[in-house]
Design a protein around this ligand. Structure first.
Ligand code: ATP
Length: 429
C-alpha cells in the first residue's frame, strides 16, 4: 500500500491536499493521471447505468439543500457515529470499529460513547445565525428523492425507472484514513431505482448482479470481491435488505458499494415534511402508490482505489498497473525511436491523429526500455514506436503492456487496431 501511495504521488495520480502547508488530514487532490482515471471510472459507471438503459435517467442536484431535507430524511437526528476518546493518549475512535474495550494504541481507558453527527454545517449568506444553517450533503441520494416528481413529470417515465447521480458528498468522519478509502470529502455514484413494492425483491437481486458484473467487466479479480449481506442489527429500521460489495484491500475486506432495499421510507418522509404529493399514478393499473426504492450507492474514490489496488502488479523486472483499458488514464503512448526529426515528425502525426479518439501521450526521452517501464507503471495498455523502417514501410511497432509482445501494424490501420482493443462492452440487461 505504501508503495502504491508513493507511486500515486510521484506519477501524478493522487497528492496530499495543501501539501505546501503540511497537508490537511484526509484531504487529497487528484493530479493529471488521477483525474483521467477518475473521469474514466465515472464515465464507465454512467455508461453502464444510464446510457445503456431505457429505464434510467440522470440528474445533478445541488450540494446545499433546504435544511428540512435532512430533518425529513432522518440525517439530522440519526446520521451519527459513536465516538469514544482515550483518557490517556486522547486518541479518538469510532466505538463500532473497536474490537476491545480499551484504547488500541496505549491500552488506556476509553470514555463513554457519545453520538457525533457527521454532517458538515455551514451558513447560507453573510449572517451566522441559526436560521441560516445549511449542511453539505452527506449523500447524493436525497437530491434524487426530492426531485423524484420533477424528473418523473419531465420524462413521463413509468415504474420501474431509476435516477442516477454522480457528485460530491461530505461526512465529518471520526476516523478517516487508509489513503482515499475514507475521507471527509468524496464523490458518490448513486442510483435510486423506483419500483412497485411487489417487484422490489426481484429488482434488488438484479441490481446486486448488475453491480457485481460491472466490477468484473472492468477487470476486478472475482476472488477479491464478495457480497456481504447486512445482519438485522446493521440494517436501517426502514430498510428491508442491504448487501455490501466488499473488496479485499491490503487493509482487509472493506465496503466499496452498498445495494439497499430502502422501502418507500424516503419518499414518504418527504411527502410528510413537505406536504407535497410525491406519489406515482400508474395509468395501467389505475393505482396510486409511493414507490419502493432499490438503491445502489458506490464511492468514486473507493472504486478508483479498488481498481488501482487490483491492477498493481510488482514483477521482477517492472511494476505494472494492469488497469482495464477502459479505465487506463492514457490509452496509447507514441515514441520516436530516436530524437531524429523525421521520426519525431511521423510520431507527432500519429499522435495528432489518435488523440481525436483517445487520451494519448508522446515521449522521446530515455531508452525505449525506460519509456516502456514508465508507461507500464501508469497503466498505458499500448505503446507505439516509430523507427527507421517506418519511414519506408509506413508501419510501426505496437507493444502490449501485459504480454510485452510486439507486433508490426500499418499506420493506416492504427485507429481500427485500437478501436477493436480499447472498446468496452459491459454486460447489459
Ligand atoms: P461506513 O459504514 O464505512 O462509514 P457507510 O455504510 O455509511 O460507510 P454508505 O452510506 O453506504 O456508507 O455510502 C455509500 C458508499 O459511499 C460507500 O460504499 C462508499 O463507497 C462511499 N463512501 C461513504 N463514506 C465515504 C467516505 N468517508 N469516504 C469515501 N467514500 C465513502
Amino acid at each position: 500500500m505504501d508503495r502504491l501511495i508513493s507511486m500515486c504521488k510521484q506519477r501524478g495520480f493522487v497528492f496530499p491536499s495543501s501539501e505546501i502547508y503540511g497537508g490537511l488530514n484526509s484531504c487529497w487532490d487528484y493530479g493529471p493521471l488521477g483525474v483521467e482515471l477518475k473521469r474514466n471510472v465515472k464515465e464507465a459507471w454512467w455508461f453502464a447505468n444510464v446510457q445503456l438503459r431505457d429505464d434510467v435517467v440522470g440528474a445533478d442536484t445541488s450540494i446545499l439543500m433546504h435544511p428540512d431535507v435532512w430533518k425529513a430524511s432522518g440525517h439530522l437526528a440519526n446520521f451519527t457515529d459513536p465516538l469514544v476518546d482515550c483518557k490517556a493518549c486522547k486518541r479518538r475512535y469510532r466505538a463500532d470499529h473497536l474490537i476491545t474495550d480499551d484504547c488500541p494504541e496505549c491500552g488506556g481507558e476509553l470514555t463513554e460513547a457519545r453520538q457525533f453527527n457527521l454532517m458538515f454545517k455551514t451558513f447560507l449568506g453573510p449572517v451566522e445565525e441559526d436560521a441560516a444553517v445549511v449542511y453539505l450533503r452527506p449523500e447524493t441520494a436525497q437530491g434524487i428523492f426530492v426531485d423524484f416528481k420533477l424528473v418523473q413529470s419531465a420524462t413521463r417515465l413509468r415504474l420501474p425507472f431509476g435516477i442516477a447521480q454522480i457528485g460530491k458528498s461530505f461526512r465529518n468522519e471520526v476516523t478517516p484514513g487508509n489513503f482515499i478509502f475514507r475521507t471527509r470529502e468524496f464523490e458518490q455514484m448513486e442510483l435510486e431505482f423506483f419500483v412497485a413494492d411487489q417487484d422490489a425483491d426481484q429488482w434488488f437481486d438484479r441490481w446486486v448482479e448488475n453491480r457485481w458484473n460491472w466490477y468484473l467487466s472492468l477487470g476486478v479479480d472475482p476472488t477479491k470481491l464478495r457480497r456481504r449481506p447486512h445482519g438485522h442489527d446493521e440494517l436501517a429500521h426502514y430498510a428491508k435488505a442491504c448487501i455490501d460489495l466488499e473488496y479485499l484491500f491490503p487493509f482487509g475486506w472493506q465496503e466499496v458499494e452498498g445495494i439497499a432495499h430502502r422501502s418507500n421510507y424516503d419518499l414518504k418522509q418527504h411527502i410528510e415534511h413537505s406536504g407535497k404529493d410525491l406519489s406515482f399514478f400508474d395509468d395501467r393499473t389505475n393505482e396510486r402508490l409511493v414507490p419502493t426504492v432499490v438503491e445502489s450507492s458506490a464511492g468514486v474514490d473507493r472504486a478508483l482505489l479498488t481498481f488501482l489496488v487490483n491492477a498493481w502488479v510488482e514483477e521482477e523486472e517492472r511494476v505494472v498497473l494492469k488497469l482495464h483499458p477502459r479505465l487506463a488514464p492514457i490509452k496509447v503512448a507514441v515514441f520516436p525511436l530516436q530524437k531524429k526529426p523525421e521520426l519525431q515528425e511521423m510520431a507527432q502525426r500519429i499522435l495528432r491523429n489518435l488523440r481525436y479518439s483517445w487520451k494519448v501521450t508522446y515521449d522521446e526521452s530515455g531508452s525505449i526500455g525506460r519509456r516502456y517501464r514508465r508507461q507500464d507503471e501508469i497503466g498505458t495498455p499500448y505503446c507505439v514506436t516509430v523507427d527507421f523502417d517506418s519511414l519506408e514501410d509506413g508501419a510501426v511497432t505496437i507493444r502490449n503492456r501485459d504480454t510485452m509482445a510486439q507486433e508490426r501494424v500499418s499506420v493506416e490501420g492504427l485507429t481500427q487496431y485500437f478501436s477493436e482493443r480499447l472498446q468496452w462492452r459491459p454486460t447489459s440487461e
